[in-house]
Each structure stands twice: as structure tokens, then as C-alpha cells.
Design a protein around this ligand. Structure first.
Ligand code: LLH
Ligand code: MG
Length: 377
């Protein structure tokens, strides 16, 4: 089989979220937006798909690199693109590598008529989820106060979520960042969910060491399960210092560049208790699996960052990751409603809080091709 084309299709979707000046998502007015479908075609009529791609990078960099190649040679293609990334960093981010890699996994699963998690070697077909909130805001009855987080945690418990993670306030919100406010929200959540529910915190990502330690000490008292990214992750020494000074589990790195290589360094240096990455952080499912297996060799959990079809596929083909991150959730948004271009959400969750993986071939996306065709731009 040979790759014959790399195509992108733009189409309109309805969005109910918007980004603040720092890039964090929040509920917003309902409006039209443009989405992009990546499609990799072959000479045998089978194609692979993924959503989210930069059309000009696909046309000018990726297409010349992969047309003519065997789509089943994912490892070779990934390494080739990874090497080309070095001098094309301005356009070829890890997100670009991720889109190509995921479309190739999807293609292989569709060609063989098997879900990708079973193609890798399945471990389970459902994973417990945690409710992962959006970052704090100033919306009335949104996520503006500790009481708002508590009310939302109460709702999450009723919905069946077995665990809860707060993303607290970050600039540009007034009063953010604040260790006191973060701990206030964490305490209010612990109060309503009781002592047995695992709770996690992902706060402002640029605290200094003393602030990060104060947060960790507060969370030790509240018996929190882990904390993510309280400081800039480029300073691994700061994370070694933090893990040495707290009994709270520190989970990371999440957004730090460097794929599986940087995660290996963090584990070796003792900079984290739990490792972390998702398909978008390391350049696809191929490098995510390498990282998961690296962690497994150190008896370390790798908690997967973010949801979606690619991350759920990894979670259903691994043992050393406990939770699926379902979100980012907000009291004003309905996560159970699929985007118009999909017939089903990526992560249907039952009343016991388990997310079930699709049994469709490939990554499990049930794509509404008619919708995409009708709303092409
Ligand atoms: O800053 C944000 O908006 C969130 O932290 C986001 O990056 C989220 O994906 C995350 O960190 N989840 O764990
Ligand atoms: Mg995080």
C-alpha cells in the first residue's frame, strides 16, 4: 500500500467556547468557527483521518515527505518527520507530527478493520474518568469562587465521576494567581466530596518554588492525590527540589517540549512521582506509547494529558495509567453533546464514571461526512 495524497478540508462548526488572552478556554457566546479535517489517502482506497491540522504545512512540508510511502511504516515516517522538525521548527510543531501520526494509526486500523487499541494490544475497554474543570473565571455561577468549584464537584459526583481535578485561576483574572485562593477552592471541593474521592490540582503554571511548596503543603493536609505543573517545567531542578520537599505526588512534565526524551530525564532525575503526556504533547500516539512503556519499566504511572480518541486509545492499551481526563468541563457546557461533525462523543461515560472506547475500526471516530460535505468552506 502507498500513500497517494494528503488533503485538508475546512468546514464550519458551532463553538460555545472562547479563549482568554493567555489561551485558556472558557464558555463563550455561541458562534460559527472553522475546523479542519486531515485525510491521508492510499492507492488501495482506504483513508485515515484526524481533526485539527494546518493546511499549508500539510501541503508544503508533510505531503512531499510522505506521498509514495507505505502508510504502515509509521515508525519510519515518525522518525523522518521528527528529524525534519529540527530545521523546520517554526512550522512543524509536535501538534503537526501528532496529526499525521494519528491519521496514519486511523488508516491502519480502518485497513485492517480493527480498533487501534486492539491493534496495539488491548488492556481494557473502559477507563475511570476524572472530571477536569476549565480554569477559573469571573462568571456568575461559573468557576468564580471556591463555592462554585464545590457546587460543580457535587454535580460531578452525582454524574458518576470517581475523581475531580481543579484548574484554578490564572491571569488575566483579577486576583490570580493566588496560593490562598487555590487552596480555598481545593478545601471547598474536599469538603463536599468527602475524604475518599481522589482530588487533583493543576494551578497557575508559573509560581516560584516557595509558592509551589506552600501549595503542596496545603494539599498534603487536604489529602490531595497529585499536583500538576505549578512552575515553569523548563526548570527540572525546581521539580527535583519540590518532589524532595513534599510527600504530595508531583505529576509531570506536561507541556515541556522534548517528547519521550525529556520524560526519561525527569524520571531519572527524580523530578516527578508520576509522569505525564498526551498525544498532543509528544507528537502522536507512536511517541506516547514509547513514553508509557518507559514509565512502566520504572514502575511509574503515566497519567495521560487530555482526552479524545488518541489518548483513550493509549489508555485502553496500557496498564500504568489510572484515569481518563474528561473535559475540560464547566457548569455552563454540555460535554456529552458531540461536535456536529461526529455522530458520537469520543468519551461516552456511564453512571459509574467509566469511559468506554469505541469498537469502530481505527481510532473509533464515527465521522459525519455528510455534515462536513454540506458545511465545507
Ligand atoms: O491551562 C489550561 O487551560 C489547562 O491547564 C490545559 O492545558 C489542560 O489541558 C491541562 O493542563 N490539563 O491537565
Ligand atoms: Mg495539566
Amino acid at each position: 500500500m502507498k500513500i497517494t495524497d494528503v488533503k485538508t478540508t475546512h468546514f464550519t462548526v458551532i463553538t460555545r467556547t472562547e479563549r482568554d488572552t493567555d489561551g485558556h478556554g472558557h464558555p463563550g457566546p455561541e458562534r460559527e468557527n472553522t475546523a479542519t479535517m486531515l485525510q491521508i489517502d492510499t492507492d488501495e482506497g482506504v483513508s485515515g483521518y484526524w481533526f485539527g491540522a494546518n493546511a499549508s504545512v500539510m501541503e508544503t512540508v508533510i505531503k512531499p515527505a510522505i506521498v509514495g510511502k507505505d502508510p504502515f511504516m509509521r515508525e519510519e515516517i515518525w522518525h523522518d518527520l521528527n528529524e525534519r522538525q529540527r530545521l523546520n521548527m517554526g512550522v512543524m510543531s509536535d501538534k503537526v507530527l501528532c496529526s499525521v501520526d494519528l491519521a496514519l494509526w486511523d488508516l491502519a486500523g480502518r485497513a485492517l478493520d480493527i480498533p487501534c487499541y486492539k491493534m496495539i494490544g488491548g488492556y481494557r475497554d473502559k477507563v475511570p474518568a476524572y472530571a477536569s474543570t476549565m480554569c477559573g473565571d469571573d462568571l456568575e455561577n461559573g468557576l468564580a469562587t471556591p463555592e462554585d468549584y464545590a457546587r460543580f464537584a457535587e454535580w460531578a459526583m452525582k454524574r458518576g465521576y470517581p475523581a475531580f481535578k481543579l484548574h484554578t485561576w490564572q491571569p488575566p483574572y483579577e486576583g490570580a494567581p493566588s496560593v490562598k485562593n487555590d487552596l480555598g477552592a481545593c478545601a471547598a471541593v474536599r469538603d463536599v466530596v468527602g475524604p475518599d474521592v481522589p482530588c487533583m490540582l493543576d494551578p497557575y503554571h508559573y509560581y516560584d518554588r516557595e509558592a509551589a511548596l506552600a501549595l503542596a503543603r496545603g494539599l498534603e493536609e487536604l489529602d490531595y492525590y497529585w499536583m500538576e505543573e505549578p512552575m515553569d517545567e523548563h526548570s527540572m531542578s525546581s521539580y527535583i527540589w519540590l518532589t524532595e520537599n513534599t510527600s504530595l505526588a508531583i505529576c509531570g512534565p506536561e507541556t515541556c517540549e522534548g517528547k519521550m526524551y525529556v520524560r526519561a530525564e525527569w524520571i531519572k532525575a527524580g523530578a516527578c512521582d508520576i509522569s505525564r503526556c498526551g498525544v498532543g504533547d509528544v507528537g502522536g500516539l507512536t511517541p506516547l506509547l514509547k513514553t508509557i512503556h518507559l514509565c512502566e519499566s520504572y514502575n511509574m504511572r503515566c497519567e495521560i494529558h487530555g482526552g479524545g480518541f488518541g489518548n483513550l486509545t493509549a489508555l485502553c492499551a496500557m496498564k500504568n495509567g489510572e484515569f481518563y481526563e474528561r473535559g475540560l468541563l464547566h457548569p455552563f457546557l454540555d460535554h456529552d453533546r458531540p461536535a456536529e461533525y461526529l455522530h458520537e462523543v469520543a468519551d461516552p461515560m456511564d453512571e459509574q464514571g467509566f469511559v468506554h472506547i469505541s469498537q469502530l475500526p481505527g481510532l473509533g471516530m464515527n465521522i459525519n461526512f455528510d455534515y462536513i460535505e454540506k458545511n465545507k468552506v
